[in-house]
Design a protein around this ligand. Structure first.
Ligand SMILES: [Zn+2]
Length: 97
């Protein structure tokens, strides 16, 4: 089975940044819930896990380092950005009485 499909869409999930799903309106209830977001992309949008790693970053004023988890997911699907919400107001009929 040929598996040379190219990844078309890549998303990155980090425990250090808050980000909802880029494909839908789903968002983890807690900041940086990487496993939840990864599972969401895998199960809901059919992404595959490309990379998981840890980064060490320095903290704020106290300078204490902390670890962040970063996951990179990709899909061979070409996914267009979510269309902005369109108002679907019914067209008003002209009353030419
Ligand atoms: Zn989603």
């Amino acid at each position: 089975m040929p598996n040379d499909e190219k990844i078309q869409t890549i998303v990155e999930v980090s425990s250090n940044t808050y980000g909802g799903c880029k494909m839908c309106t789903f968002a983890a209830p807690h900041l940086g819930d990487v496993p939840l977001m990864v599972n969401h992309y895998l199960q809901v949008h059919g992404f595959e896990l490309l990379h998981v790693g840890q980064q060490t970053e320095r903290g704020g004023d106290d300078g204490s380092p902390f670890h962040t988890t970063v996951a990179v997911l990709g899909t061979t699907q070409v996914i267009k950005e979510r269309a902005p919400g369109r108002l679907s107001l019914p067209e008003k009929e002209r009353e030419d009485a």
